[in-house]
Write a protein of this length. Structure first.
Length: 179
């Protein structure tokens, strides 16, 4: 079985800028620059034999390229119960259209529909034991956080390799968007 998900990649410069937010004193696992991504659809374990039809189906998606602007930091599922610290992005229609198209195509293939609403985010850290007050102070300090808009010209099929000290994500396929 392959552990798969579909996501957007970020330019190297943006990944390094996100990494500078790191607070090494927290009991948390911070993402490293090569781990940053924005998940559009988590597929979970998939039989390797299904990979060709999955790639064929995703390749049929026709959606326009767009620009994405990271803006705002958030705590998930909520600031009161912070498990994940993430950067949000401006909610532009093209991003949600792409996510909906991907969802439609994978459900057509037989994947279980995603029950949770799409909350686009770039995970910065998995919080192990960070008090909600410390997280709130961090969010307050970075309340004006934003990065320059970047072009999104493709989405990617990733394989996730889970390791005790953090996952490694491998790009299996690139799906270009229309320009
Ligand atoms: P770890 O599980 O070791 O903390 P990870 O969550 O980054 O690492 P995966 O669990 O393989 O690695 O997840 C890959 C991507 O899919 C991540 O962006 C993760 O947030 C997202 N993801 C994982 N599980 C789900 C899920 N059930 N629903 C939606 N997205 C998910
Ligand atoms: Mg996980």
């Amino acid at each position: 079985m392959l552990r798969l998900f579909i996501a957007l990649d970020l330019p190297e410069d943006h990944r390094h800028q996100l990494y500078t937010l790191r607070n090494p004193s927290w009991k948390a696992r911070w993402a490293t620059p090569n781990q940053f991504h924005l998940t559009l659809r988590f597929l979970g374990p998939v039989e390797e034999a299904r990979l060709p039809e999955l790639i064929q189906t995703l390749a049929r998606i026709e959606a326009p390229a767009f620009e994405l602007t990271p803006r705002g930091l958030i705590a998930l599922p909520s600031p009161a119960r912070p498990r994940v610290l993430a950067a949000a992005v401006d909610p532009i229609p093209e991003l949600h259209t792409l996510q909906a198209e991907i969802e439609r195509h994978v459900v057509d293939l037989g994947f279980t529909p995603e029950a949770r609403p799409f909350r686009p985010h770039i995970t910065l850290a998995r919080l192990k034991q960070v008090p909600a007050t410390a997280v709130r102070a961090f969010l307050q300090r970075h309340r004006n956080f934003s990065l320059a808009p970047f072009p999104v010209q493709a989405f990617y099929l990733y394989e996730s390799h889970l390791h005790p000290d953090g996952a490694r994500y491998e790009i299996l396929h690139r799906f270009p968007l229309q320009r």
